[in-house]
Design a protein around this ligand. Structure first.
Ligand code: HQG
Length: 180
């Protein structure tokens, strides 16, 4: 994607996951914004967004971060929220293992507390190690933790999978984490 579109995509992530009020927008309880309202609010905030660009970003996004409603009138982020939205995801049985990419500097704290959602609603887990490495690199020297997801599920922890394939859970206690 062109750099200018990546910039707009990051702006959309910020607005739709964290701060719609920053451009005077509101989301419904399921996290949806009206496409026409979003485009108008973004333009008022000085962003060169159009409906056409927005639809291009949704379809071309490398991680499929956004969904349009079936009628195409609404848009929401698929995951990553700090706002308390209810995406309506059904609990799902996870695979035996999932992966969490983080940075080595967080390990001492994770070894004490397990994985916590921090600023977001969920802890994010990847289905494969390659993706987890990329996620970890965003924070520093990457390290991949192996999460015993099936064992967690057997102990009553719930898992969800976002529309773009990210596994979500509320927290991961340290006894379910295999450190490298
Ligand atoms: C760490 C991206 C200390 C955790 C990605 C992570 C993902 C702890 C950081 C999505 C901790 C939070 C989310 C503890 C967790 N002590 N550190 N007890 N528990 N951490 O960005 O998972 O490109 O909020 O390991 O692909 O890195 O934006 O979460 O390093 O799916 O679409 O605290 O964001 O997606 O960082 O990334 P983040 P994340 P997008």
């Amino acid at each position: 994607m062109q750099p200018s579109l990546v910039k707009l995509s990051k702006f959309l992530s910020f607005v739709l996951r964290h701060n719609p009020a920053s451009i005077g927008l509101s989301l419904d309880p399921a996290g949806w914004a009206q496409v026409d309202e979003l485009v108008m609010a973004a333009r008022k905030a000085g962003k060169p967004l159009t409906q056409e660009l927005l639809r291009h970003i949704v379809t071309q996004n490398d991680k499929q971060r956004f969904s349009l409603s079936t009628d195409g009138q609404k848009i929401r982020a698929n995951q990553g929220h700090s706002l308390a939205v209810d995406l309506g995801l059904e609990p799902l049985t996870p695979p035996d293992a999932l992966f969490h990419g983080t940075a080595t500097r967080f390990l001492p704290s994770i070894q004490k507390e397990g994985l916590l959602p921090g600023g977001r609603l969920h802890v994010h887990l990847s289905p494969d190690e390659q993706t987890a490495i990329k996620v970890g690199q965003r924070h520093g020297k990457p390290v991949v933790l192996n999460i015993q997801a099936a064992r967690m599920a057997a102990c009553g922890y719930q898992f969800y999978r976002s529309a773009n394939g990210v596994w979500l859970t509320n927290r991961v206690p340290v006894e379910f984490i295999m450190f490298p």
